[in-house]
Design a protein. Structure first.
Length: 360
């Protein structure tokens, strides 16, 4: 048992994590911080299966501290995990920069793969069988090993369940096709994987702030017809896209500011409202709310990017989420995705959206 909790976040988001934790878990005391990693001390032992609904925390768990060798990691594991208990291994790299500002040629993965290989090679299979693969399943006991250049590994563990990403460190692997018009392609794919939003071929979506078209392109490739609202130019790869039957989906550009688009300019059967405009969320949400309003018989949900001026904007997050719930969403969840810069992603699902997701 340990009295420490670790939280992994975007590099630079540490103040937001401290702010959120002060509200969510006032009994915790800040203990230690590195870029993209914050630990807290608890007056009581930290349960590895305790939830933590914090928007800015990508991965969390009971914190065991630094380790400079696989043997040290296994000693820590033995102290927390009964013999014979299978273990899932998550190894990942802390952020090296803010998203999109990585050094030229840099990619996440090789350092973590090297550390993982060293751990797997020395793994005490007789004590704790190692589960194959990296994607966690509910109930898995996960050993977390966080890697950073020139530092010892940081070790923790958790039990996989609601609120935890199944992927190591919450880093979602998305391959971006070379013709994708912007990094918003990756952002939307991460958003769909993280949220599980049941977007299907044949759906109709509107995206407020669609240029140059990364997110629209991701939706088009999934068979969705997209109405894009933006006074800026769309990339030809989006404008010229023609889907395959039966969806026959395509992109329609409403080439003007969002204030000049009415609900009646969109099809009656609209399944998704997306938004990614570089405006204050309070302003942008006025249009999202208007377009998510009647007729809304087909609406399954909203997929919204909310821009933050700075980390102090964290204090507005609960109110923003409440206003999104008030758009008729039965479920609202938010996170800072690995590709989000000073922004958050929010997924809201209507009853129809939840029914499609859960099957009942
Ligand atoms: C972050 S970019 C959107 C990226 C886009 N989602 C993509 O996938 O490539 C923000 C966009 O918001 C647009 N925008 C800003 N103010 C707007 C307004 N009032 N109405 C519609 N779009 C607006 C900008 O023109 C810009 O293209």
């Amino acid at each position: 048992m340990t009295h420490f909790l670790f939280c992994v976040c975007q590099l630079g988001a540490e103040p937001a994590v401290k702010y959120e934790l002060a509200a969510l878990r006032p009994e915790l005391r800040f203990a230690y911080s590195r870029p993209g990693l914050v630990t807290f001390k608890s007056p009581t032992p930290v349960a590895p299966d305790a939830p933590l609904p914090a928007v800015f925390v990508r991965a969390f768990g009971a914190s065991l501290g630094p380790a400079d060798s696989p043997e040290r990691v296994f000693t820590m594991l033995a102290g927390t995990c009964p013999v014979g208990q299978p273990v899932r291994l998550h190894v990942w790299e802390r952020d090296v920069s803010r998203p999109g500002e990585e050094p030229p040629g840099f990619r996440y993965g090789p350092r973590a793969a090297e550390a993982r290989a060293a751990l797997v090679a020395a793994w005490p299979e007789g004590q704790h069988p190692l589960l194959a693969g990296e994607v966690a399943e509910p109930g898995d006991r996960v050993l977390d090993v966080i890697v950073a250049e020139g530092e010892p590994w940081w070790v923790g563990y958790h039990v996989h369940g609601p609120g935890h990403s199944p992927f190591p460190g919450g880093r979602i692997a998305v391959d971006m096709p070379p013709e994708a018009p912007s990094r918003a392609y990756r952002k939307l794919e991460e958003a769909l994987i993280w949220s599980g939003a049941p977007v299907r071929a044949g759906d109709v979506a509107v995206e407020i702030g669609s240029a140059p078209g990364g997110a629209s392109y991701a939706l088009l490739r999934r068979g969705v017809t997209v109405y894009g609202i933006d006074p800026a130019l769309m990339d030809p790869v989006v404008l010229d896209y023609r889907g395959q039957p039966p969806a026959d989906n395509r992109f329609i550009h409403l080439h003007r500011p969002m204030s000049m688009v009415q609900r009646a300019d969109l099809p009656s059967a609209l399944h998704w409202v997306l938004m990614d405009v570089n405006l204050a969320p309070q302003v942008a949400l006025i249009t999202a709310r208007r377009l998510a309003a009647r007729p809304r018989h087909a609406l399954h949900g909203v997929l919204l990017t909310l821009k933050l001026d700075d980390w102090r904007a964290v204090r507005h997050v609960p109110r923003l989420l409440a206003s999104i719930a008030a758009m008729g969403m039965e479920e609202v969840k938010a996170t800072q995705l690995p590709s989000n810069r000073m922004e958050l992603f929010v997924c809201g699902l209507t009853r129809a959206g939840r029914q499609r997701l859960t099957g009942h």
